[in-house]
Ligand binder design. Structure first.
Ligand code: SAM
Length: 470
């Protein structure tokens, strides 16, 4: 190890920055966060430093550096970018034993400033010992993605209960177990999800007596997995998937997303496919509750968004009625994912002032929709689960006044490597689906915006307006 990782306490301590440009401003930002009393020495300063000085957040000595500036400082930062000045600052600081950092000059520095991931009060410093600063910043980005935004809130939350836990759980070993369970359990999940009021109530039950030694209860996160491309998962979805003990998933959740599940996690498929004995919604509800009550961290993974034609609402209601902690994580719904994948803007100032998401599945095959409301040219209509009834949907819309020449797009497996998209006119929608062999999962986009798709214009231009094919 070339450097000892350590954290300086600079609160109310004097710190010196020599330099007035961008590198000096970056140091100033950091030192302000650390609560240091900062003096800046520079003949000229940029806007950011000037604003900090005007606010009283730093003292300015507007002149060149003199070696006496380092006296009485806790730490010195040279950031002039002028090799000879920076070297003089380093020499002066070393001469009086004050730690010194020179921007981009590790060889002149007695300490280096790491790349930082900050979730105050949690701070992570990353250093490659000056060997590869770009690698350090890549690592920082990777860690940023992994850590929940509210990690700092979680640390503060735990801190507020430290004394109470110490009083109710006197043995150090049991306390360790308590905190282990806490950070793995539903209370911590609630804090991370932003529900501190709920978390506090639960924590009080845990701390006040019986709770402290109670077997831990799991919880369920109902998570939107997006339209298929794993890159379209939310950060929170990714974090929960990677921590889950059990993942209960649908057919629409593809292998790319499932690859992110921990190897030792239990995976349960509950999707419907032809010939399969699929689980009923009641069975799925019961399964979710049973695993959570057994103390497991359950992720219920659903394609797209759980609340868009996803029956997520029913599952939430069932679990909450049984007192099981439920967290909801939205996902990118198929309409948004597919539209973006083919370049269709769902709204457009000139073409669509509204978007309607509708299901194409009805009790007897034909959906029961308010056709007159849907048959409007100045909106975009996105039909989920509609390819089987595409011809009938087109016929109903035309009957209710929608222009037969309205552009349409049908997108199958949107965002996935086997994505397929075809374009045409409303009058030929049934034929278009049949001809292209699209069987789903697919979306139908109806409206003038469909003609704006990256590949749509030639297809639509060459497509004759046909009689309605049902
Ligand atoms: C039961 S719904 C679930 C919708 C999901 N909750 C969502 O928000 O996207 C299933 C339908 O969503 C649409 N769908 C889901 N993923 C899709 C994709 N990658 N490409 C095209 N359509 C998709 C299809 O219409 C499919 O039949």
């Amino acid at each position: 190890m070339n450097y000892l990782p350590a954290f300086f306490d600079l609160k109310e301590r004097p710190a010196l920055i020599v330099g007035g440009g961008e590198a000096a401003a970056r140091r100033l930002r950091l030192l302000r966060k650390a609560g240091a009393k900062v003096t800046v020495v520079a003949p000229r300063i940029g806007d950011e430093i000037a604003a900090a000085v005007a606010e009283g957040a730093a003292t300015l000595r507007q002149r060149g550096f003199v070696s006496g500036d380092v006296n009485g400082q806790t730490a010195v930062f040279a950031a002039t970018g002028l090799a000879d000045v920076d070297a003089r600052v380093a020499e002066a600081a070393r001469a009086v034993g004050v730690p010194v950092n020179v921007a981009d000059r590790a060889e002149l520095s007695s300490f280096i400033v790491p790349a930082i991931v900050e979730r105050d009060p949690v701070v992570i410093g990353i250093s490659t010992g000056g060997a590869a600063p770009v690698l350090a910043s890549r690592l920082r980005e990777a860690i940023e993605r992994l850590l929940p935004a509210r990690l700092g809130r979680l640390a503060d939350f735990a801190d507020t209960f430290r004394t109470a836990v110490k009083a109710t759980v006197p043995s150090a070993t049991s306390r360790l177990r308590f905190w282990d369970r806490f950070f793995d359990g539903p209370v911590a999940d609630q804090v991370l999800a932003g529900n501190e009021t709920g978390a506090r109530e639960r924590m009080l039950t845990l701390v006040n007596g019986r709770g402290a030694n109670e077997p831990s209860r799991g919880g369920v996160a109902i998570v939107g997995a997006g339209p298929g491309d794993p890159d379209l998962l939310t950060l929170r979805a990714l974090r929960l998937i990677q921590r889950a003990d059990v993942v209960i998933h649908d057919k629409l959740v593809g292998p790319g997303v499932l690859d992110l599940v921990r190897r030792d996690a239990e995976r349960i498929y509950v999707g419907k496919s032809k010939g399969d004995h699929s689980k009923s919604q009641d069975e799925i509800n019961a399964l979710l509750a049973a695993r959570a009550l057994a103390g497991r961290r359950v992720v219920r993974l659903k394609g797209g968004d759980p609340f868009i034609f996803g029956r997520g609402g029913e599952e939430v209601e069932y679990l909450r009625r049984r007192g099981i902690a439920v967290e909801l994580v939205p996902g990118i719904t198929a309409a948004l994912g597919c539209a973006a994948a083919v370049g269709i803007p769902l709204t457009h100032r000139d073409h669509a002032q509204a978007v309607t998401l509708a299901t194409g599945q009805g009790k007897d095959g034909e959906p029961e929709l308010d056709w007159a409301t849907l048959a409007q040219l100045n909106q975009t209509l996105v039909i989920y689960m509609g390819v089987g009834a595409a011809g009938r949907i087109a016929a109903r819309l035309i009957e209710h006044g929608l222009e037969p020449a309205t552009p349409v797009a049908v997108i199958e497996n949107g965002t996935l490597p086997n994505q397929k998209a075809v374009y045409g006119r409303l009058s030929g929608l049934g034929w278009l689906v049949r001809r292209s062999g699209i069987a789903g999962p697919a979306l139908i986009v109806i409206g003038r915006v469909a003609a704006l798709a990256d590949a749509a214009t030639p297809a639509i231009a060459h497509e004759p307006v046909r009689a309605v094919a049902v």
